[in-house]
Design a protein around this ligand. Structure first.
Ligand code: Q0Z
Length: 287
């Protein structure tokens, strides 16, 4: 890390530093969370996989929306970004019914004001992707909100703009991923506004931590689907009878290696780039 940086924020598995008035350093660690608990064991290179994937998408989605990326650093796990005024909204897009979307659908037949066809199964593909914004909860889980509540937060014009960008970004990425054997069930975008009032895509994008990635082979609606990246770790944790409260269990070397292999496989499938090439020169994902 550069000298004289100020730590300005911690996520569960990431850190944020201020470089100067206009730039931030976003660092992805190798920490992993399951069932919302950060485990004591790290997954080597996980932070590099996520950083490389974000860079890959930023470099390819510029026609859809401007983004905050200034530089992907040689360590492969940190990026220099433009500091923005962040919008107080999680911009979730769902192409399939999972997680809180499935829960809301089962209870009410709709998700964030989107009335859906009757009789959909858990994990079903939706007729069209839907924009299901949520508020950034300071503690606990984000709360799904309807269009009126989202407009209260950011204004109806800005809302229309983030909805269009979010849906387009999702369509672009989901089609790319599906052709490479990965389903992106849903994903969360965060946007900010720059000094010229332009909407800018920020944070990490279209990674397994900000999205649900499912293996396309074996996809079967009617129940939950295995996570592309975390399923080994989840299954192992459940096999121990862990009660899913902190602290989580240490992972075995087998589980660490299997999980690392899945992250690297997701990176290589989605980017078409050998992970070793990324390690040698992270800027390969930007070309
Ligand atoms: C991202 C977060 C993390 C903790 C603020 N370009 C930007 N401009 C202004 N703010 C942010 C960004 Cl990305 C921003 N977060 C989320 C990331 C650790 C919190 F690595 N918070």
């Amino acid at each position: 890390m550069p000298e004289a940086t100020l730590h300005v924020g911690s996520g569960k598995v990431r850190e944020l530093y201020a470089l100067d008035d206009e730039r931030l350093l976003l660092v992805a660690s190798d920490r992993i969370s399951t069932f919302d608990v950060v485990l004591p064991t790290e997954i080597p290179d996980k932070g590099r996989v996520l950083t490389g994937l974000s860079g890959f998408w930023f470099a390819r989605a510029g026609d859809i929306c401007a983004n905050h990326l200034i530089e992907l650093r040689p360590d492969g796990r940190s990026t220099v970004c433009r500091k923005l005024e962040m919008l107080p909204l999680e911009c979730v897009v769902r192409g399939y019914l999972a997680g809180s979307g499935w829960k809301d659908y089962k209870a009410t037949g709709s998700v964030c004001g989107h009335a859906l066809p009757e009789g959909l199964l858990e994990s079903a593909e939706l007729p069209e992707p839907i924009f299901t914004p949520s508020t950034k909860a300071t503690s606990g889980h984000d709360e799904n909100i309807d269009r009126a509540a989202a407009a209260e937060l950011i204004g109806s014009e800005r809302l229309a703009e983030v909805e269009r960008a979010s849906i387009e970004l999702y369509r672009f990425a989901a089609e790319h991923a599906r052709s490479r054997g990965i389903l992106i069930a849903d994903t969360k975008f965060e946007f900010g506004i720059d000094a010229t009032d332009t909407l800018v895509l920020a944070d990490e994008v279209l990674t397994p931590d900000s999205s649900r990635f499912w293996p396309a082979d074996g996809y079967r609606p009617g129940g939950s689907q295995p996570s592309y990246d975390k399923q080994f770790a989840r299954d192992y944790c459940e096999s121990l009878g862990w009660d899913k409260t902190a602290p989580g269990p240490e992972l075995t070397d087998d589980v660490v290696e299997g999980t690392r292999a899945r992250y690297v496989e997701a990176f290589e499938r989605l980017t078409g780039i050998a992970f070793d090439e990324y390690i040698a020169d992270p800027t390969v994902v930007l070309r």
